[in-house]
Ligand binder design. Structure first.
Ligand code: SF4
Length: 654
């Protein structure tokens, strides 16, 4: 099938070692994997050797859009960056998505994606204009901050040029370095850019809209989306920001925007503040002094240097805990720890990490590696629990048991965990009598949401481990499909609707949008099936890369041993229990035996064997015979699926 509607039609391949470029048709991938996460994972499976390290020329840096990018009124213009990331040893498959407008403009410039490999000898940037691409010298930009580099490139190429770049942290291969694109959108992957000496990818094209296959149907859906509204995340509090002019900032093609805003100082400096960035610096600055511009400028500094805020937040908390305990000193770290929360502290920390100077070089590898390198009491002083990327974990399985299945089986869990925590947060609002204060869900509505969307009325009953395996599978399949389309996580799945009596959303909307834009008539079930295919493809990648020689599905040991006392997103640690009765999770740990049983049920509903190996039959059924063949060569395929619930405590141990 030619990928006609919804696609620019080609993917750019750039070999930086030989400074050569070529195009491949998007249709080589689009039939089975749609776009975004699916196509990126297939390219990764085909091209990134298991043995390659993150900074080897063989690693790929893959930029992808989805078929809905560039269409207005959908909130489907996000883009995705994928490659082998450097925050674990050995490196592992990872991806991140970003909003803004860069992805839509990549498509307007004539490409659905860009695959970069090899390594350039000197700094370069890729310029894609109206269907053609070239490599240009970026020596004059190397060493510059991302904001400065973006401004310089726009100055040279004109305002229509849309820039994705990185700052010194990316150039210096700080493991948690981020890119910076239009509207200050960011995603991880910049360390790979640095390793390839790639400073930027600039896209410029005529903003001619791509025609949808079914304009009438698409217009109908756009109208519907405009009217439905949705529940913003219950933890995204509106803050009083008297020091700034605050303006809503909407990504290209969004329906009506969200909490994404820009703040502007009195002297006209502005940046985007949303999610991690706004929380991390405010928390630290509040520790020092209320209401200053420090969090704002700290955010800009991180954008400019290219540092990811959540990882930096975990590092800052650890530094402060170590300093208070007398374990870390200003002398040993060469950081002004006594000035925590001040501008001086932020600036010194950000620069030392980004330029990898002194103790900053150790911190540049992420907190999980820092505590190993420092040794001694370093581990005991971690005030937050970390995942394998060195980021703090929230909404974990001690509070919401189902999220343990996501942590155990996925490369990245933020988005899917939010599906559980957002709905539970809306229930908490209802339980606390906050109806009328935005989105809320009674337990009856929550149960119905679980049934209609996730196939289990027990999805949100956290008094039991029952009913979670099937819900986890359905959640994963739908969200993987959603990330092939790269629909915005703030809007999709459309599980909540502000303005209808029942607040019921529509689980079929993604498939309707995909059908209207591409003309590939696909219903909800078929789209979820594609999500299942992509999930299994990603599973194969994780199995191939796991240092244990097969995919080990485990959650960190502390979930079983350390009682949860606090989660600032779950007030009082109150969650819905049986029939919606509120229960507290304070002091809770994950039940090892029940978790193991839940994992075994999950393997069964996935059609895998009892140890979590994918079966040949399942992969063939999912049109993944080629992936089954690749796994078979490594002895990573099973002949028989698990039947009946068998489980092993070993399987649930880290
Ligand atoms: S809901 Fe927010 S983050 Fe999502 S596309 Fe719209 S503006 Fe961007």
């Amino acid at each position: 099938m030619a990928a006609e509607f919804g696609y620019a039609g080609k993917i750019l391949r750039v070999d930086l070692s030989s400074a050569s470029m070529s195009d491949v048709p998007t249709s080589d991938y689009a039939d089975r994997f749609i776009g975004g996460r699916g196509i990126a994972a297939k390219i990764y499976w085909d091209e990134v050797p298991r043995e390659a390290n993150a900074f080897d020329p063989e690693n790929r840096l893959i930029f992808m859009t989805g078929p809905l990018a560039g269409y207005p009124g959908i909130a489907g213009s996000r883009s995705l960056i994928c490659g082998k990331a450097a925050f674990t040893d050995p490196g592992k498959f990872y991806y991140g998505t970003m909003g803004g407008s860069w992805g839509a403009h990549l498509k307007f410039a004539g490409y659905d994606g860009v695959v970069v490999y090899g390594k350039s000898e000197k700094p370069v940037y890729i310029l894609i204009q109206d269907g053609t691409a070239e490599l240009r010298d970026a020596s004059a930009l190397w060493g510059k901050g991302a904001i400065e580099a973006r401004d310089l490139l726009k100055g040279e190429l004109g305002k229509s040029a849309k820039v994705l770049t990185t700052g010194p942290a990316g150039e210096n291969m700080v493991t948690f370095a981020t890119t910076l694109a239009e509207e200050d959108s960011a995603a991880q992957g910049a360390a790979i850019m640095g390793s390839k000496k790639l400073k930027a990818v600039v896209v410029s094209g005529k903003s001619s809209r791509l025609p949808p296959a079914n304009p009438e149907k698409l217009a109908e859906l756009q109208k519907y989306l405009k009217g439905v509204g949705y529940g913003s995340a219950p933890w995204s509090e509106r803050r009083d920001r008297p020091l700034f002019v605050e303006k809503k900032q909407i990504c290209y093609g969004c329906v009506k925007g969200c909490d994404r805003v820009t703040l502007e100082t009195a002297d006209g400096i502005k940046t985007k503040i949303v999610c991690a960035a706004q929380g991390v610096y405010r928390a630290a600055n509040t520790y020092y002094k209320e209401q200053t511009e420090v969090p704002f400028h700290a955010t800009m500094l991180c954008h400019n240097y290219g540092l990811e805020a959540r990882t930096l937040g975990a590092i800052m908390s650890w530094l402060m805990a170590g300093y208070k305990a007398g374990y870390l000193t200003e002398e040993s770290t060469e950081l002004p720890l006594s000035q925590y929360g001040s501008w001086e502290f932020f600036e010194t920390l950000v620069k030392k990490i980004s330029l990898r100077e002194g103790f900053g070089d150790i911190l540049s590898q992420g907190l999980h590696r820092t505590i190993d390198a420092v040794g001694g009491k370093a581990k005991e002083l971690i005030p937050v629990y970390l995942d394998d990327k060195g980021q703090s974990m929230g909404f974990g399985p001690r509070e919401y048991n189902i999220t343990g299945l996501f942590s155990a089986t996925q490369a990245r869990v933020g988005r899917i965990t939010n599906e559980i925590s957002a709905a539970s947060g809306w229930w908490a609002k209802w339980h606390n009598g906050e109806e009328g204060s935005g989105a809320y869900l009674s337990y009856d509505m929550l149960r119905e949401l679980g049934r209609r969307f996730w196939g289990s009325e027990l999805t949100f009953d956290f008094s039991t481990y029952e009913g979670k395996a099937i819900a986890a599978k359905n959640l994963q399949d739908k969200l993987y499909a959603t990330e092939c389309l790269i629909l915005c996580a703030f809007f999709y799945p459309l599980r909540y609707c502000d303005y209808t009596e029942t607040h019921e959303g529509d689980p079929t909307i993604e498939s309707k949008l995909y059908s209207a834009v591409t003309g590939n008539e696909t219903d909800e079930e078929e789209l979820n099936r594609i999500g299942e295919r992509v999930f299994n493809l990603e599973r194969a990648i994780l199995a191939r890369e796991d240092p244990a020689g097969k995919k080990v599905d485990a959650i960190p040991e502390w979930n079983y041993t350390v009682p949860v006392e606090f989660d600032h997103h779950v007030p009082g640690l109150i969650v819905p229990g049986k029939d919606g009765e509120p229960i507290t999770k304070k002091g809770n740990v994950v039940d090892r035996e029940k978790f193991a049983q839940m994992l075994s049920e999950y393997y069964e509903v996935r059609g895998w064997d009892k140890s979590g190996l994918q079966t040949k039959q399942k992969l063939v059924d999912l049109d993944l015979a080629d992936i089954a063949e690749g796994l078979a060569k490594r002895g990573l395929i099973a002949e028989t699926a698990a039947l009946g619930v068998e489980y092993s405590l070993e399987a649930a141990k880290l």
